[in-house]
Design a protein around this ligand. Structure first.
Ligand SMILES: [Zn+2]
Length: 277
């Protein structure tokens, strides 16, 4: 299935010019990209690249291929229903969520008829649907026409991509920055798409470790590069705002695949360039 998508991606129009890779700025994120000349020539491309799992221990999430046959990528159980529903069904969904939120407010001892809370259930319903809109993203739309043939085999890094996600254990936000690096193998991805990829997985119920891994695995599947490195540093509201008040603490996770995993020098170069060393 993943092969089928790759095939379709490789058949996309490759004639558009590569975006300038000096600096990328867009709504919701700011990223700088850089390449380095000091990178040691890789010994070999990642082999058996059908699944990056061959270099990773198995986990329930990564056992499945990054991209389904229909372009969804690790969708939630109700993702297809959300994508396919008409306007009426959408409103019904919003209404059911609002009703549930109203119950929560009442159970908190609040007066749901006071002015400030009158439309809060509806607002919250819409906000939650927005925070989880990544389930509706189709990776083909995300990547659309942005895989380019390019004879570039040096490290490409986009760092400081802002992400806002929801911790699935507490349904409260965690947010921070993602740094993505890869070493191409004849194919590069439009730089802004790396941020789109991060956004797609961040706008779901997540744990930071899985988010890190999903971005890395999807990129590996799309480009079959020689290596992928993803580092996320994030602040979790569930951690800093309750219990032991560890304000100011941040959580760093990383996922290194292919050459980044094999070569300590490459890995350290990446970590140095994203300021994590
Ligand atoms: Zn949490």
């Amino acid at each position: 299935m993943a092969e089928k998508l790759t095939k379709q991606i490789s058949q996309l129009d490759l004639s558009s010019p590569l975006p300038t890779n000096a600096h990328v700025k867009g709504a919701g994120y700011s990223a700088s990209a850089q390449t380095t000349l000091k990178h040691t020539k890789p010994r070999k491309p990642q082999t058996g690249a059908d699944s990056p799992l061959q270099t990773r221990p198995a986990s329930p999430y990564t056992l499945r291929a990054p991209v389904d046959s229909d372009g969804l990528s690790w969708p939630s159980i109700g993702a297809r229903e959300r994508i396919e529903e008409d306007e009426e069904a959408k409103q019904g969904r919003e209404k059911r969520i609002s009703d549930a939120v109203k119950v929560i407010l009442e159970e908190l001892g609040e007066d749901t008829n006071r002015e400030g809370l009158l439309e809060t259930p509806e607002r919250y319903a819409r906000a939650m649907l927005y925070f989880t809109k990544g389930y509706e993203d189709n990776i083909r739309d995300v990547i659309k026409r942005a895989v380019f043939e390019e004879d570039h085999d040096e490290m490409v890094i986009v760092r400081d991509i802002e992400i806002y996600s929801l911790c699935e254990h507490h349904l409260v936000p965690f947010f921070g920055k993602v740094h993505i690096g890869y070493i191409p193998n004849k194919k590069v991805l439009g730089l802004s798409k790396l941020a789109r990829l991060a956004e797609m997985y961040a706008r779901r119920l997540q744990v930071q470790e899985r988010l890190t891994k999903q971005i890395a695995m999807a990129l590996t599947d799309i480009l079959k590069p020689q290596g992928v490195a993803v580092v996320i540093e994030a602040t979790h509201m569930c951690m800093v705002s309750r219990g032991v008040q560890k304000s100011g603490s941040s959580t760093v996770t990383s996922c290194m695949l292919g050459y980044f995993r094999e070569s300590q020098k490459t890995r350290e170069e990446f970590l140095g360039l994203v300021g994590k060393r």
